[in-house]
Design a protein around this ligand. Structure first.
Ligand SMILES: Nc1ncnc2c1ncn2[C@@H]1O[C@H](COP(=O)(O)OP(=O)(O)O)[C@@H](O)[C@H]1O
Length: 203
């Protein structure tokens, strides 16, 4: 069994339908935050490390080897020897496969249907893939899956339409503020636990 060190920095799941802005928001957060945060772009990792069982023609995507991916991520997020020296942003459209104990905050990005349609068209997605993703956004599929997978108090939905000035900067600032609080609270939890341990050893 793996022994986990208490994490010093939070793990954020950045999820949403493809095209809602996960990778762009995660990259901005990782590059601008005062807290060390590393972006884990799951699609890139799956491709680079071949954590897949081949190409699925029907779905036009890789068939994920979930076990190998999760084993790899466990070592990155919860290294055996010492706590990770950074926090992480898991950037993925599939929210439900991660262990609850990994995720401290789950951010679901939401985008207006017509805007999402245009973004996916710009990406040269095939018509059926655009339709499938826009329908998923209308049906709130990722949002529902995220809420089924994590406690309600750690799930946050943010608009990512690009209609309001500085929307992405504001989203990034909100997440950063949340991270600062998480670090402060986890330091207090650590001190409280140390007090309990000291009292118990006195008895
Ligand atoms: N809030 C936003 N404001 C303006 N443009 C956005 C916003 N969110 C995403 N975009 C644009 O939409 C496109 C898709 O974003 P991307 O980060 O690749 O989405 P995802 O990682 O969810 O597939 C990019 O061109 C990005 O610049």
């Amino acid at each position: 069994m793996t022994t986990h060190h208490p994490r010093q920095f939070p793990v954020i799941l950045m999820t949403g339908t493809p095209g809602t802005g996960k990778s762009t928001t995660a990259a901005l957060l990782a590059s601008s935050s005062s807290i060390p945060l590393v972006q884990l772009n799951i699609s890139d990792i799956v491709k680079e490390k071949s954590f897949h069982e081949g190409w699925d023609e029907e779905w036009n995507s890789w068939t994920l080897d979930e076990d190998r991916l999760l084993d790899y991520l466990e070592d990155v997020i919860n290294p055996r020897d010492a706590p990770a020296s950074t926090g992480f942003i898991i950037d993925h459209h599939s929210p439900s496969m991660y262990p609850e104990r990994w995720i401290d905050l789950a951010v679901v990005l939401r985008t207006d249907n017509e805007i999402l349609y245009r973004r996916l068209e710009d990406r040269k997605y095939k018509a059926n893939k655009i339709q499938e993703n826009v329908s998923a956004e209308i049906m709130e599929v990722i949002s529902a899956e995220t809420r089924e997978s994590y406690e309600p108090e750690i799930v946050v939905e943010l608009r990512s339409d690009g209609l309001v000035d500085n929307e992405m900067d504001d989203n990034v600032r909100r997440i950063e503020e949340w991270c600062v609080n998480w670090i402060k609270n986890s330091a207090e939890r650590g001190e409280a636990q140390a007090d309990v341990d000291a009292e118990e050893s006195d008895e």
